[in-house]
Design a protein around this ligand. Structure first.
Ligand SMILES: NC(=O)c1ccc[n+]([C@@H]2O[C@H](COP(=O)([O-])OP(=O)(O)OC[C@H]3O[C@@H](n4cnc5c(N)ncnc54)[C@H](OP(=O)(O)O)[C@@H]3O)[C@@H](O)[C@H]2O)c1
Length: 295
């Protein structure tokens, strides 16, 4: 079995290299090797590799910047995935693609299920929703995994930002009225490998699925856990409303996704967000212990 992974230097793309390697011959391409903003390059690459499965981990993920360059976000998050999907259909490959909680407006009080009404509040969310719809419109075999609040031991993410700020500042102010489930890139990659396994056994089902860690947190809850688990110095973390932390892109207040469909169809359930966060923080701490502590 041959798998093509795009965006292999991203948080999820990097972990996919590890998680998929035992299952198939994996070709992992970064942006310099396959640029999703270049439709002809997508066609040439997929036709040359003729993969059985394409896992698209490439995306324009600069949520605030997307407000100023919505066309680029659309090109990478919607038009590129559409061409990938057309090419997947052409060679009868399965396309596994990632989407986001930002397709919703966050006004629902309960966790979102897959067929809840979408209503993105920002340009990034609109580009990701257009990507989902473009993939669906091609009729290719696809699995779209909506995830949220992704972090890893490498890359740009909330965990690493809070760890850095904790070393630099005695006090942090963190939003306490937006809720979601911090979800680790390793857990997303492992779940993706399980889905690949299901399809290779002939038991996979196509469609959109929600894939997030179990449990619910605010950014403040996540920051508190990061600060406590990272070791000294321990800055004071103050909860603030999102209205006191204005950003160019509007974000949903409720980012919680219901994962029951994924559990029912694939038998996949991720652990509580705290467990993965503690594990990754322990790894980071071992790799770079606080001053005065031995590795
Ligand atoms: N991060 C989150 O909190 C979050 C939340 C919900 C859903 N998601 C979705 O989860 C998926 C994986 O996200 P992630 O967190 O792994 O993102 P990430 O760490 O930002 O990685 C995205 C990767 O895509 C690459 N890329 C950007 N433009 C590209 C282009 N034109 N052609 C090819 N590659 C390009 C980037 O390359 P460079 O390294 O060269 O920039 C980067 O390696 C995405 O679909 C994202 O929308 C993420």
């Amino acid at each position: 079995m041959k798998i093509l992974v795009t965006g292999c230097n991203g948080q999820v793309g990097w972990e996919l290299g590890r998680a998929l390697a035992p299952l198939a011959q994996v070709t992992s391409l970064d942006r310099s090797e396959l640029d999703l903003a270049k439709p002809d390059a997508i066609r040439t690459t997929v036709r040359a590799l003729h993969p059985d499965i394409i896992v698209n981990a490439a995306a324009y993920t600069a949520v605030d910047k997307a407000e100023n360059e919505p066309e680029l976000a659309q090109a990478i998050n919607a038009q590129g995935p559409q061409v990938l999907a057309e090419e997947a259909k052409r060679c009868n490959a399965l396309l596994i693609h990632y989407s986001t909680d930002y397709v919703f407006d966050g006004r629902k009080t309960a966790p979102y299920v897959e067929d809840d009404t979408t209503n993105p509040l920002c340009a990034y969310g609109r580009s990701k929703l257009d990507g989902e719809q473009a993939i669906q419109s091609t009729g290719c075999r696809h699995v779209i995994l909506r995830t949220a609040w992704v972090y890893a031991a490498r890359g740009k993410n909330f965990m690493l930002t809070i760890m850095r700020l904790a070393r630099e500042r005695p006090e942090l102010r963190v939003v306490n009225d937006q809720f979601g489930a911090p979800t680790s890139a390793p857990a997303i990659a492992d779940a993706t490998a399980s889905i690949v396994g299901a399809f290779s056994r002939g038991t996979g089902t196509h469609g959109i699925f929600h894939l997030t860690a179990a449990g619910r947190a605010s950014w403040f809850d996540f920051a508190e856990l990061i600060v406590k688990a990272s070791g000294p110095p321990y800055p004071v973390v103050h909860p603030i409303p999102a209205s006191e932390y204005p950003t160019p892109a509007q974000r949903p207040g409720n980012s919680c996704l219901d994962n029951a469909k994924l559990a029912h169809v694939f038998g996949i359930t991720l652990a509580d967000w705290r467990i993965e966060a503690q594990r990754i923080l322990a790894e980071l701490r071992q790799a770079a212990p606080p001053p005065g502590q031995k590795a």
